[in-house]
Write a protein that binds this ligand. Structure first.
Ligand SMILES: *Cc1c(COP(=O)(O)O)cnc(C)c1O
Length: 426
């Protein structure tokens, strides 16, 4: 029996609680789990038996969320983490080593650009940023030390849609895994594994939870990558000294990445999601498709209205017919281009700041993917640490305002933008 998305978002991974019959997934607020006996404990610690030991590794509430997201993404397994940024480090961790690099799209969430261009250097890792519309440049950037190719399905913040099939082709030819950040699209709008992604990462903080209540992340493994073939991924293919020489890929096959991420990644990096956060995210996911549909309908209405406004120089939303990426929507995200886009004001930086101050219904926050409409001037906030060249390359130049369109009445959002644009012009 295969269920549709709307059914799976409510049911996948969950069942009535075996101990109490509780219909909703309980919040298992516990640190540790009692072993049946010493042999059981030994088997768990040897990874010979799967079960709960300690909540830094696994927790029943968190496990339901992992299975639900894995199912919705069409993956084999998933690991939940404490944030989207934790998920990115956890995704790279088994693949990289000192001297290794990741080839990444230049169009990424500002925080990811900072994480990849600055912080990962402390691990001896590096990133090369490339325009992912230039497939030759992506291929040319890959060298013997490259261990992954990284992009976003719908890139935050510039309304850019990555041609995932084409990029997966380049990664595949080089024998490398493709990691896709699917935060802005969610599995309702885009399923990167169907386009060749090896791993999918999420900031669950955004649309998955959907109402701005938690910080969380998820990594989904397609289970399709051969970690042994190239010899480039020894953490997964070679004997692991911390587990008596166990070889993860040989032992766990399509679940090797997931098991490694729990047994080594969560155990030693400790970027664990707590059961309370998993609960909120599970609540959110139950209505994911309903919310995403409304986000998309509203985003189209607001973007179309802004496009005709005399103060607006450009609206970068792939859901608009005028977008240069419009032709990728039916193939990459057939249910819509999301709820996030940017627009440029002819009057530049100061007008953007005035607009953000004058908006009433839109909240000025560094977040996205909330039921509430949100706005931010990226150049003075999230993308502040970047050089002007990096800002413009990331679609966050000084005259750019980013909006995350909520699920309110579109007419109310338009009225709010209308009055704020008048004030910004005054
Ligand atoms: C927010 C975000 C992240 C980081 O997630 P956190 O949960 O804030 O750590 C990564 N990628 C994208 C596309 C995001 O929007």
């Amino acid at each position: 029996m295969t269920y549709g998305f709307d059914t799976l978002q409510v049911h996948a991974g969950a069942r009535p609680d075996p101990a109490t019959g509780a219909r909703q997934t309980p919040i298992y607020q516990t640190t540790a789990y009692v072993f049946r006996d010493a042999d059981h404990a030994a088997a768990l610690f040897n990874l010979q038996e799967v079960g709960y030991i300690y909540s830094r590794l696994t927790n029943p509430t968190v496990a339901v969320l992992a299975e639900r997201v894995a199912t919705l993404e069409g993956g084999q397994g998933a690991v939940c983490c404490s944030s989207g940024h934790a998920a990115q480090i956890m995704a790279l961790f088994p693949l990289m080593g000192p001297g290794c690099n990741v080839v990444a799209s230049s169009r990424l969430y500002g925080g990811t650009i900072t994480q990849f261009s600055q912080t990962i250097k402390r691990f001896g890792w590096s990133a090369k940023f490339v325009d992912f519309d230039d497939l030759d440049a992506v291929a040319a950037a890959i060298d013997d030390n490259t261990r992954a190719v990284f992009c976003e399905s719908i890139a935050n913040p510039g309304g850019y849609i990555t041609d995932l099939d084409a990029i997966a082709g380049v990664a595949d030819k080089a024998g490398l895994p493709l990691i896709v950040d699917n935060t802005s699209a969610t599995p309702y709008l885009c399923r990167p594994i169907e386009h060749g992604a090896t791993l999918v990462v999420h900031s669950a903080t955004k649309y998955l939870t959907g109402n701005g209540t938690v910080t969380g992340g998820v990594i989904v493994d397609s289970g399709k990558f051969d970690w042994t073939a190239s010899g480039k991924f020894p953490s997964l293919s070679e004997p692991e000294p911390a587990y008596h020489g166990l070889k993860f890929h040989e032992t766990f096959g399509p679940l090797s990445f997931t098991f490694h991420s729990i047994a080594i990644g969560l155990r030693d990096l400790g970027m664990t999601m707590n059961p309370q956060a998993a609960h909120y995210t599970l609540m959110g996911i139950e209505t994911l498709s309903l919310r995403m549909e409304r986000h998309v309908v509203n985003a189209i209405k607001v973007a179309e209205w802004l496009e005709t406004h005399p103060a607006v120089a450009e609206v970068t939303y792939a859901g608009l017919k005028s977008s240069r990426y419009a032709d990728r929507v039916p193939r990459i995200c057939p249910k819509g281009a999301g709820g996030l886009f940017t627009f440029r004001l002819k009057a530049g930086y100061d007008a953007c700041v005035k607009l953000v101050n004058a908006l009433d219904l839109f909240s000025h926050v560094a977040n996205l993917g909330d039921t509430r409409s949100l706005v931010i001037h990226s150049a003075s906030t999230t993308h502040r640490q970047l050089t002007p060249e990096q800002q413009t390359a990331a679609g966050a130049g000084p005259d750019v305002v980013r909006v995350s369109i909520g699920i309110e009445d579109a007419d109310d959002l338009i009225a709010d933008l209308d009055q704020a644009l008048k004030q910004a012009a005054g």
